[in-house]
Ligand binder design. Structure first.
Ligand code: ADP
Ligand code: MG
Length: 676
């Protein structure tokens, strides 16, 4: 007895939670079976529906096994052909002379005259009616036929709620069609519709979908922002400790630093959680602003957690925080995955009983076993390198669910305006827009690998004059092993070529204390050259280092190159960055290198980066795998985004019920990941 088959329903196969989700499963293109074309009128390459009567069907064996069918169109003399490279015996049996067929496909010039290869075909009676609407072609997955999707979509269209959620005046102002009308037009456009516009997604029906999607996003962000203001956070307003650090620092804050610090302090003094991004180019001095913020929390008797995406970055932060906070009598503990045994227990205990006011570390900070007595502020460095869930998890470390810690995120990668308006709409942004005084521009050169010997000679002179240099070996895609080998080889080579210089090596596989020792030695001037993998990408701070050589710069992303380069140019010396590349250089790589060479403006570079890579990188969404916008394109549809933003405000105010229905339609399963 056959077991009942457990074929999942169409929506599940396509990855949706509910059948109604199919409403918004929109076609990628259309096939026009609403009219019959004549061969004589057809331009090559354009798909069309033809009709003809079979004259002959034969199986050929050369150049390979195939079925060749000759047909004659009514009123023409010369036959045309179609070919099937895969076919079943029963298909051959159907194709008897005299049978009338309709074929859909594109006609191209072939060996036997005009022909179609693998058209869709079916037998028809003479004068069979034509389709009344265009045939949608949907995105699909292996093993799921278009016909099944079409049927499922039709069923949902017939039963689902297609009520209008936008007020008429708004629709009129934006020139958008009604929802039901737009949706029907997308799934089943009539012969009179602008198919090219539908396929290009510029048709008003598409604009309606994009607008709706953006509006849902805006509504959701606004509701969330409202919720945040109703949550409770500890009021942190005691500035005594921060003042003491300010007095101890060897430099005055820049105007930009003072301004952003004031913004952060104003947030911390409010009874609801801060949600602020501190943006500042590489080297702009975000760390000491973060430390001052932490001290406001500590001064109020509360704890701060400081998290960085890699161990080496976290270590750099840890060292800085210790340097600044320990003299004030504050205990700072370290927490990373590599920290084990007694040391780990000691860190955990100090956080749990509140002895340690500050914890610095990696992802390890938000594991279950980590309990804070009184977490009031979470600081996340290089926030875009964390997954969304990770940022949420750290925030969930507040002592009790009713009180939410303040959140300060930091990034050297500025968020482009379109993203700031959309995904980051509930985010306050502070920008450090000036570097500390005395920074010199970094001369950047792009050098072919053939000139490596010259580069090494240059390195020798540089170090002989007392400067220090980084030699960066890039990440080898997907292979930490190869990555490591490249760095080890480069280190051995350089040490052999420059015997009079002290060459050190640091990479991700070293133990934390080994890494720290090498970094400390370099910082103290005990090494002339530090060979490193991209572990030094951000956060590393050695003022005397003024030359950076980046090997295989063509493999690296824009932001990465900019961040790496930011490790030099911090001291009094003229600094140089040499971007070594290996042929062949792709067009994109060439463009990237040119951008980095020509610009030292992190904002300009980030804009180019967005254009080259899309928004996922900025959102940390790559890690979470969460979908971004499905229909709207933030850059191309900026006008709709702006319209959606003001409409969201109005709609929430004028017709909260409609806003709710709109959200239920577009985000039936929540949107939580956006709010991290
Ligand atoms: P980033 O913003 O890239 O994290 P850092 O906080 O690491 O930058 O700061 C870069 C360097 O500049 C550090 O050595 C830091 O001590 C120094 N610095 C920070 N603020 C100032 C300032 N106002 N004047 C002089 N140097 C500063
Ligand atoms: Mg930093």
């Amino acid at each position: 007895m056959a077991r009942p088959s457990a074929t999942p329903p169409v929506h599940a196969k396509l990855g949706y939670k509910a059948a109604d989700d199919l409403l918004l499963h929109l076609p990628i293109h259309y096939e026009d079976e609403t009219r019959l074309s004549r061969i004589a009128d057809l331009a090559p390459g354009r798909s069309a529906l033809l009709e003809g009567v079979v004259e002959r069907a034969e199986v050929l064996y050369r150049p390979r096994r195939q079925l060749l069918v000759s047909l004659r169109e009514a009123g023409t003399e010369a036959p045309f052909h179609f070919r099937m490279l895969n076919f079943y015996p029963n298909q051959l049996a159907q194709l008897r002379p005299g049978v009338r067929l309709r074929l859909y496909g594109d006609l191209r010039p072939g060996f036997f005259g005009a022909e179609m290869i693998h058209p869709r075909w079916r037998m028809v009676a003479e004068h069979a009616p034509l389709a009344g609407a265009l045939t949608p072609v949907y995105p699909t997955v292996a093993g799921l036929a278009q016909a099944r999707i079409r049927k499922a979509v039709e069923a949902v269209l017939a039963t689902a709620d297609l009520d209008e959620t936008l007020p008429d005046p708004l629709r009129a102002r934006l020139g958008l069609p009604g929802f039901a009308d737009a949706l029907r037009r997308l799934h089943a456009p009539g012969p009179e519709d602008d198919v090219a516009g539908l396929e290009r997604r510029s048709h008003p029906a598409w604009r309606r979908m994009k607008f709706d999607e953006l509006l849902a996003q805006q509504l959701s962000l606004r509701l969330y922002a409202g919720q945040r203001r109703r949550r409770q956070a500890p009021v942190l307003a005691e500035a005594g400790l921060a003042e003491r650090l300010l007095a101890n620092l060897p430099f005055p804050l820049t105007g930009a630093q003072s301004r952003v610090l004031a913004e952060i302090r104003a947030d911390l003094a409010r009874p609801y959680p801060m949600h602020r991004l501190l943006q500042g180019d590489v080297g702009s001095g975000k760390t000491c602003v973060a430390a001052l913020a932490a001290l406001v929390a500590v001064g109020s008797g509360r704890q701060t957690a400081v998290m960085a995406p890699t161990e080496i970055l976290a270590e750099q932060l840890y060292l800085k925080f210790r340097e600044w906070l320990v003299p004030l009598g504050i205990e700072v503990v370290w927490l990373a995955a590599a920290l084990k045994g007694k040391a780990r227990q000691a860190s955990l205990a100090a956080l749990a009983d509140g002895r340690a006011a500050v914890a610095v570390g990696t992802h390890a900070l938000f594991q279950d076993e980590v309990a804070f007595r009184d977490l009031a502020l979470a600081i996340v460095d290089e926030q875009h390198r964390f997954g969304v869930e990770q940022r949420l998890a750290l925030r969930a470390k507040g002592a009790d669910a009713a009180v939410v810690p303040h959140l300060l995120m930091m990034s050297a990668t500025p968020i482009p305006r379109s993203l700031a308006m959309s995904y980051f709409a509930d985010l306050d942004v502070s920008v450090i827009d000036a570097l500390p005084p005395g920074r010199k521009p970094i001369a950047t050169r792009v050098v072919g690998e053939a000139k490596r010997a010259e580069v090494v000679a240059r390195l020798r002179d540089y170090c002989a004059a007392g400067a220090q240099a980084y030699w960066v070996c890039p990440l080898v895609e997907e292979s930490e092993k190869l990555d490591l080998k490249a760095a080890i080889d480069a280190h051995a080579e350089l040490a052999a070529e420059l015997p009079e210089l002290r060459v050190g090596l640091v990479h991700g596989r070293l133990k934390a204390d080994q890494k720290a020792a090498v970094m400390a030695e370099f910082k103290a001037g005990g090494l002339d050259i530090l060979v490193a993998t991209t572990v030094i990408e951000v956060g590393v701070d050695v003022a005397n280092a003024s030359l950076m050589v980046i090997e295989h710069a063509e493999r690296m992303g824009l932001a990465q190159l900019h961040q790496l380069r930011g490790r030099v140019g911090r001291g009094g010396r003229e600094s140089t960055c040499l971007l070594l590349y290996a042929e062949p250089l792709s067009e994109t790589a060439r463009r990237r290198l040119r951008i980095v060479k020509d610009s030292q403006d992190g904002f300009a570079i980030a804009r180019e980066d967005l254009a080259l890579r899309g928004p996922g990188e900025f959102l940390g969404a790559r890690q979470s795998g969460a979908p971004l916008l499905r229909f709207a394109d933030l850059e191309a549809d900026l006008d709709l985004l702006e319209a959606a933003r003001s409409a969201a405000e109005r709609l929430l105010h004028d017709d909260a019920a409609a806003a709710r229905r709109h959200l239920a339609r577009w985000l039936p399963h929540g949107f939580d990941w956006l709010h991290a």
